[in-house]
Write a protein of this length. Structure first.
Length: 129
């Protein structure tokens, strides 16, 4: 995909969440604590709740996107830029995404450390070619 295609396909938080859910749970949402498939959606809070253990969770929970204030479209762009086949500095990432240097550095660290994870490579695989 090209940068233009990425920005069109993942323009909103909702589009990114939808893709994240399809990538993370291709056969339907499962509880990250007990593995149950009996899940209800709390749409007002954008969360899921397990019927068996009553655990509440979000799609980004347990991923590099967990507990971050940075919108998912910026995360997806960062992943694309870091997987585009060319080296990108944290300074360049900071400029491209209009983020403070420390934030871009933290994102780059998370992305680099997760590049070995199989679940992450499914998500990042979308951005290659």
């Amino acid at each position: 995909m090209t940068l233009l295609q990425i920005t069109r396909k993942f323009r909103t938080q909702g589009q990114c969440l939808s893709h994240l859910m399809k990538t993370r749970w291709p056969e339907g949402v499962t509880c990250s604590r007990c593995g149950s498939r009996i899940i209800s959606r709390i749409s007002t809070r954008d969360k899921f709740e397990c019927a068996r253990c009553e655990y509440q969770f979000t799609a980004p929970a347990g991923t590099i996107f967990h507990k971050t204030y940075i919108p998912l479209p910026k995360w997806f762009l960062a992943i694309y830029l870091m997987n585009s086949g060319r080296e990108i500095s944290v300074n360049q990432l900071s400029r491209d995404l209009s983020l403070p240097y420390k934030t871009a550095w933290s994102m780059a660290q998370r992305i680099r450390s997760e590049m070995k994870n199989q679940e992450f490579t499914k998500l990042a695989g979308l951005f290659v070619n």
